[in-house]
Design a binder for this molecule. Structure first.
Ligand code: NAD
Length: 312
């Protein structure tokens, strides 16, 4: 449980704990001749995507994974991209495949994501994994990294069972808001999802014991949206002007107005250093799970997947 005075929830610190806890499992796999393998595909040269992919590859190397980066040209066709994924689906050395989003506008990201074998879908975006999560079959699904990381931070404060707690998720995207709501529900929270068409957002948010903001709008969540003592998880990443640091300088902020909300919240994640590092740690976690499951299927072909996919 969170120490009374430890109000800022450091994703950096908790991510280190997650990575440390994976070490033993990675050593066990290596002892059985398995090196977890992660393939990261990036299309085009979007600078933010390059940074994210670089951080993921660095973490994979730190974990001792086989780490492969595929840098594909902006002009690649959807069919060619799907062919790269089909080849990786068959590659025994690769246990996890991640396609960095967004993709160029001529490519349908849904088609590309659905081309990834569900057992290698370490981002947890394939309909098979989303369906399992929605149905509460979390034990044998690969779960989306950012919501999983948020749950781990929430666990620092409230433990794993959120019975009796009211959670509000702001944002209903397929990659953050919806899976976040499903995970909170699976942990027994009473969950409300707010979005761009929700009237009186502040009133709804102010009921939350746990408030998760996943929108992409700086300062959307001000102190009037937050109940005294609430746990606030800021998923948003927004780059804004930072004139104090010079002409043209920028800085990263979340969706939560840190200063005002810090005065009200019981626990709060910073941006940067909050949810971001957790997303990367959970990608490593998912890759280890995928490698363990692959290895177990190879050794015990008849075992049920739920018997072989432990969560942290
Ligand atoms: P998205 O654009 O797909 O979804 C945004 C959601 O916010 C929508 O569901 C929309 O209904 C809702 N919304 C928009 N305006 C609103 C308003 N005024 N009031 C209430 N709801 C509103 O975005 P996304 O992919 O879910 O990402 C959300 C944010 O999280 C972005 O800033 C993104 O960069 C960030 N993100 C961070 C991480 C991480 O690792 N930290 C990972 C993924 C996304």
């Amino acid at each position: 449980m969170l120490h009374e005075s430890k109000k800022i929830l450091s994703g950096k610190e908790v991510a280190e704990e997650v990575l440390d806890s994976l070490e033993r499992r990675i050593t066990t796999l290596r002892g059985e001749g398995v090196q977890p393998g992660l393939a990261v595909i990036i299309v085009g040269s979007d600078p933010a995507s390059q940074v994210y992919v670089g951080s993921k590859a660095k973490a994979a190397q730190r974990c001792g994974f086989l780490s492969r980066k595929y840098e594909l040209p902006e002009e690649i066709t959807q069919r060619q991209l799907v062919e790269v994924i089909a080849t990786l689906n068959q590659d025994e050395a690769i246990h996890g495949i991640l396609v960095q989003l967004p993709l160029p506008s001529h490519i349908d990201s849904d088609v590309v994501i659905q081309a990834i074998a569900p057992a290698k879908d370490v981002d947890g975006f394939h309909f098979t994994n989303i369906g399992k999560l929605s149905a509460g079959h979390t034990a044998d699904a690969l779960l989306p990294c950012t919501p999983l990381g948020c749950m781990r931070l929430i666990e620092e404060v409230h433990g794993a069972d959120l019975s009796g707690l009211c959670a509000v998720v702001v944002g209903r995207s397929n990659i953050v808001g919806k899976p976040m709501a499903s995970l909170l529900l699976a942990a027994n929270a009473t969950v409300t999802v707010a979005h761009s068409r929700t009237p009186d957002l502040a009133k709804i948010c102010a009921q939350a014991d746990i408030l998760v903001a996943a929108v992409g709008k700086p300062q959307l969540i001000m102190a009037d949206c937050v109940k005294q003592g609430a746990t606030v998880i800021d998923v948003g990443i927004n780059r804004i002007a930072n004139p104090a640091a010079g002409v043209g300088a920028t800085r990263l902020v979340g969706d939560v107005d840190f200063e005002s909300v810090n005065a009200v919240a019981g626990a709060l994640t910073p941006v940067p250093g909050g949810v971001g590092p957790m997303t990367i740690a959970m990608l490593m976690h998912n890759t280890v799970r995928a490698a363990e499951a692959h290895h177990a299927r190879a050794r015990y072909p008849r075992s049920s997947p739920s018997m072989i996919l432990p969560h942290v």
